[in-house]
Design a binder for this molecule. Structure first.
Ligand code: ADP
Length: 315
């Protein structure tokens, strides 16, 4: 097994809102290994982005720890953090909104190299060319502007910018959700090729389980700030145990008849806000299997079988 790169311990990020305290991330423990992908899935609003940003220290956590190669980066000052931030990058869902529309492709890719003083000026454009090649951007696009490009090419710029600082870890925050299905596959393949070549570790965030299936080694399923199921990607698709995960899997086509038999009713109702949550399973109000204790006691994440963790009283 490869070396541990990132570890979170009881990580929490709360936001104060007019209505109370919103528990966006509420006690997440996870490990990301070098060169591996941890997929994070769950409905919109369940805290996936906040988790990614809190690991990167874009948001400072309310409590808990984030270790990078064994070093707790939640307590370090700005200057020391800057060094770690370079090794940990982020790719966004909508590269268009994160790219300056007045900058050309080559300027956009050069920008992080210039800001971080990575290379002497005369070497920057050779490096930009290398990064364009690495991410599948044709040389002729060097002078193009973001609005002239399709979503896939814009995402390739986002990836080139993230790679320019030679990171070891990238948070991929819904990187293909805004793209056409055919282009989604190209970008996923690119991310997997880059991982192989450069030994990158990914935290791959998506609301779409079918997207994480092939790219992930391990998957964490989140519900309202909490991790409710965690195991290897193959085990999760073969034997989903939490009623929420099973409902999520129900919404994608299943080729395997054994899995079809286990179908449970699709979940009803809207996801709520985890504002000042009471004890009890947060999924209970929508769960077809919920019993009395589900509404009064929060289920702990338990190892039900080797390497397969589930937070459910009824499993
Ligand atoms: P996801 O990525 O799963 O869609 P988010 O992490 O974006 O979920 O959001 C989780 C919850 O935290 C949501 O209820 C969202 O409204 C809330 N939230 C996210 N960022 C902030 C913020 N800066 N201030 C207040 N609430 C926030």
């Amino acid at each position: 097994m490869s070396k541990e790169l990132i570890r979170t311990v009881d990580l929490k990020k709360y936001f104060k809102t007019g209505g109370g305290t919103l528990h966006a991330v509420d006690g997440v423990d996870l490990v990301i290994r070098e060169g591996r992908t941890l997929g994070v899935v769950g409905e919109s609003g369940c805290g996936k982005s906040t988790l990614g940003r809190t690991i990167l220290q874009i948001h400072r956590p309310t409590s808990g720890q984030v270790f990078y190669e064994g070093k707790d980066i939640t307590k370090i000052g700005r200057r020391e953090l800057a060094g770690y931030r370079r090794k940990m990058q982020i790719i966004f869902q909508d590269p268009y909104s994160s790219l300056n529309p007045r900058m050309s492709v080559q300027e956009l890719i050069a920008e992080p190299l210039i800001i971080n003083k990575i290379l002497p000026r005369q070497e920057i454009y050779a490096e930009v060319e290398r990064l364009m090649d690495l991410t599948g951007l044709a040389k002729r696009l060097a002078g193009a502007y973001p609005h002239e490009l399709d979503g896939g090419r814009r995402q390739r710029i986002g990836i080139a910018r993230a790679l320019s600082l030679n990171p070891k870890f990238i948070v991929c925050d819904e990187p293909v959700s805004a793209l056409d299905v055919s282009i989604q596959a190209q970008i996923l393949n690119l991310l997997m090729d880059l991982q192989q070549e450069m030994g990158l570790a990914y935290l791959f965030i998506t609301h779409d389980l079918s997207v994480v299936k092939h790219i992930s080694d391990e998957i964490v399923v989140m519900y309202l700030g909490m991790c409710i199921e965690q195991t290897s990607a193959s085990e999760l698709f073969r034997e989903p145990l939490h009623p929420y995960t099973r409902a999520l899997l129900d919404s994608i086509p299943l080729p395997d008849p054994a899995m079809r038999r286990k179908k449970i009713r699709a979940i009803k109702g809207e996801i709520s806000n985890p504002i000042d949550p009471k004890p009890g399973c947060r999924f209970a109000p929508r769960c077809p299997m919920a019993t009395e204790r589900c509404f009064s006691r929060t289920p702990e994440l338990r190892e039900i079988r080797e390497g397969h963790f589930v937070a459910c009283h009824e499993v």
